[in-house]
Design a protein around this ligand. Structure first.
Ligand code: SF4
Ligand code: SF4
Length: 116
């Protein structure tokens, strides 16, 4: 399952550089599938969604740091545990019950983004 940042976030920024998938963005910043991945041009995500990797997407939050669920693999394929949750000083990076995925799905997502 993906991780989500709750509104307890204090905008410290500690989590952002830790994400191996560049799935974390500062509030109000646009995001792209291409950021920090090998994706480019038109793509079909493992979940069937169509997108353009180079297109800027609307921020998911204007107020606090946010995680793009489509890019979060819960750090599978890179680390033993979610790195954002490990560094967050207020423990506001928590499992997202609305985005539950199996380990196989998370690993497939990771290799899709990084061409392994
Ligand atoms: S769990 Fe890992 S992949 Fe997901 S947002 Fe946090 S650091 Fe990024
Ligand atoms: S580490 Fe935690 S408090 Fe800091 S920006 Fe990330 S989610 Fe917010």
């Amino acid at each position: 399952m993906a991780i989500i940042i709750t509104d307890e976030c204090i905008n410290c920024g500690a989590c952002e550089p830790e994400c191996p998938n560049t799935a974390i963005y500062e509030g109000a910043e646009d995001w792209k599938y291409a950021d920090g991945t090998d994706l480019e041009g038109d793509i079909v995500l493992p979940n069937g969604k169509n997108a353009n990797a180079d297109e800027e997407q609307e921020p998911i939050s204007d107020e606090i740091y946010y995680i793009v669920a489509d890019k979060c693999t819960e750090c599978k394929g890179f680390h033993e545990e979610p790195q954002c949750a490990a560094v967050c000083p207020v423990d506001c990076c928590v499992p997202d019950d609305d985005n539950v995925e199996t380990e196989e799905e998370l690993l497939a997502k990771q290799s899709f983004m990084h061409n392994e």
